[in-house]
Design a protein. Structure first.
Length: 218
C-alpha cells in the first residue's frame, strides 16, 4: 500500500517524470541497448534504487520514455501545421488552382517548414534522435513496433491534409513520400555541428518537395 501511495503523491510523480526525462536523454545519446537503470540514474542525478523502484523492468521504462518523447514531438509540431493550414485556407479553392497563388503559397510554406525543421535540428535534437532510434529498433520489439506505427500515423495525418488541398485523387501517397523526405532531411543534419546546419539548404530541399506536391514545375 505504501508503494502505491508514494507513486501517486506529487513528489512521487515528480520523481517518476524526472526518470522518464532522463531516460529520453539516455536513449538519444546511447541508444536503446545503452539505456540501463544505472545510466538513467546517473543522467537524472538520483539514486539507482529510485529508478528500479519506479521502473522494475527497464523495457517498461524505455517504452514509456519513447512514448512520452513521441507525444511531445507531435505536440511541438502541431502549432506550425496549424499556421500552414491557416495560410492555405486564407485562399479559396478556386484561388488555390491558380499557378500564381500556388507559387506564392509554396514560398510561404517553404519558409514556415524550413524554419521549423531547422529549429527541431538545433533546439530539439533529442526528440529527433529518439524517433530515429526507435524507428530503427522497432523491428526487434513488438511493443516498440506498436508505438512506432501509432507515431507514424499521427505524423502522417497533417501531411495528408496538406496534400489534399492540392491533390484529391491520391493524397495519401503524396503525403507518405513527403513525410519520408522531410523526416530524412532532419535526420541527415542531426550528426552535424550547429554551425554546419544551413537553413538555406534545408529550404531548398523543402521547396522542391512542396513544389512537387503542389504541381509546380521546378
Amino acid at each position: 500500500m505504501a508503494r502505491t501511495s508514494l507513486k501517486k503523491s506529487p513528489k512521487g510523480e515528480q520523481t517518476r517524470q524526472k526518470i522518464l526525462d532522463a531516460a529520453i536523454e539516455v536513449i538519444a545519446q546511447s541508444g536503446i541497448k545503452g539505456t540501463t537503470h544505472r545510466a538513467v540514474a546517473h543522467q537524472a542525478q538520483i539514486q539507482l534504487s529510485l529508478t528500479t523502484y519506479y521502473f522494475v523492468d527497464i523495457r517498461q521504462l524505455i517504452s514509456e520514455a519513447i512514448q512520452l518523447s513521441a507525444e511531445r514531438f507531435v505536440a511541438e509540431n502541431s502549432g506550425q501545421w496549424l499556421r500552414g493550414f491557416s495560410l492555405i485556407e486564407s485562399y479559396t479553392a478556386a484561388e488555390r488552382r491558380k499557378v500564381s497563388v500556388r507559387k506564392l503559397l509554396c514560398e510561404q510554406l517553404s519558409d514556415i517548414a524550413s524554419r521549423h525543421m531547422y529549429d527541431n535540428i538545433i533546439n530539439r535534437p533529442t526528440g529527433l534522435a529518439v524517433e530515429q532510434i526507435f524507428f530503427t529498433e522497432m523491428m526487434y520489439s513488438e511493443e516498440l513496433k506498436g508505438i512506432a506505427f501509432s507515431h507514424i500515423l499521427q505524423l502522417k495525418q497533417p501531411f495528408i491534409k496538406l496534400c489534399r488541398y492540392f491533390n484529391r485523387i491520391d493524397p495519401s501517397i503524396n503525403a507518405e513520400l513527403m513525410m519520408i523526405a522531410f523526416t530524412r532531411i532532419q535526420y541527415m543534419y542531426l550528426p552535424l555541428p550547429p554551425q554546419s546546419v544551413k537553413m538555406s539548404e534545408i529550404r531548398m530541399l523543402v521547396k522542391r518537395q512542396l513544389s512537387w506536391v503542389m504541381g509546380l514545375k521546378t
